[in-house]
Design a protein around this ligand. Structure first.
Ligand code: AMP
Length: 279
């Protein structure tokens, strides 16, 4: 694996590859790698000749009171993991390389970016869409892989690709979980032992709602009420939102159908966790 710290280094590494018509696969991340990230590498590896991973903690997508400063950064550990899993090129720019000056132009996401995650984290999806568009233009991949774990982000990036005509194929991979159901997340490391147990309330609420749906309950409000009851048993978890939505538009559903998504966000201690389940 070769690590590029600048756009110029990355482009010169890729020019040989793309010149020969090789397919470039791309996995954008913020580092603190875990199995969820590495499965995305496996996925693009399957259909590409060159696999690029980026590690960049994007300041634009963090709010002023969020964890940008304390977000875990360990490039040495991440490099070993990425290389062992078959990444060919690791692109790890610093803030200066990505935003040498305050940008005069950014991507503005419509309604889909203002709901749920976007409501609690104003500007978050504009920051995501802007950095993803920049990374797409820098890497110029044929294929990109994103995780279902961040379902609203998947919706935003899908719209970015379609609406701004990026010639890129997008793959979405299922959420990788711990054996007890907790979705893997770089932020799980903030949880102490008790909080780690309390955090299971997210996947428990999702599973409870999914069982009810399978049993024939299609009323959105009834499903959400059942999920909230699961939360009421864990007062240490502070629910932000729990809803059943259309997974493309993120508009709430009152009459729920197969393929709709349950989305949830909650704070356990000071750690904000998200999860989802497609029915
Ligand atoms: P992040 O580094 O958190 O920005 O995530 C980078 C990519 O990894 C995104 O596409 C995430 O959706 C994906 N990802 C994060 N956690 C998981 C997980 N548990 N399972 C699958 N993909 C994940």
């Amino acid at each position: 694996m070769i690590t590029a710290r600048t756009r110029r280094e990355l482009r010169s590494l890729l020019i040989g590859a793309t010149g020969d018509g090789e397919r470039v696969g791309f996995v954008p991340t913020m580092g603190a790698l875990h199995e969820g990230h590495l499965r995305l590498v496996d996925t693009v590896r399957g259909s590409c000749d060159v696999v690029v991973m980026s590690i960049f903690v994007n300041p634009l997508q963090f709010g002023p009171n969020e964890d940008f400063k304390k977000y875990p950064r360990d490039l040495e550990r991440d490099s070993v993991m990425a290389s062992d899993r078959g990444v060919d090129i690791l692109f790890a720019p610093n803030d200066e390389e990505m935003y040498s000056a305050k940008p005069l132009v950014t991507v503005s996401v419509g309604d889909i970016g203002e709901r749920w995650e976007g409501k609690t984290r104003p500007g978050h999806f504009d920051g995501v869409a802007t950095v993803v568009a920049k990374l797409f233009n820098i890497v110029r991949p044929d294929v990109v892989a994103f995780g279902q774990k961040d379902l609203q982000q998947v919706g935003v990036v899908r719209a970015l690709i379609q609406d701004l005509n990026f010639p890129i194929e997008m793959l979405v991979m299922p959420t990788v979980r711990e054996p007890d159901g907790l979705a893997l997340s770089s932020r799980n490391r903030y949880l102490d032992e008790t909080q780690r147990k309390d955090a299971l309330v997210l996947s428990r609420a999702l599973d409870t709602m999914a069982i009810l749906f399978k049993g024939g309950t299609t009323n959105g409000e009834m499903l959400v009420t059942a999920g909230k009851r699961v939360f009421s048993d864990v007062p240490a978890a502070e629910l932000d939102y729990l809803a059943v939505v259309d997974p493309r538009t993120f508009v709430q559903k009152s009459q729920v159908e197969s393929g709709d998504a349950i989305i949830v966000a909650a704070k356990v201690g000071s750690t904000r966790l998200i999860d989802n389940l497609i029915l």
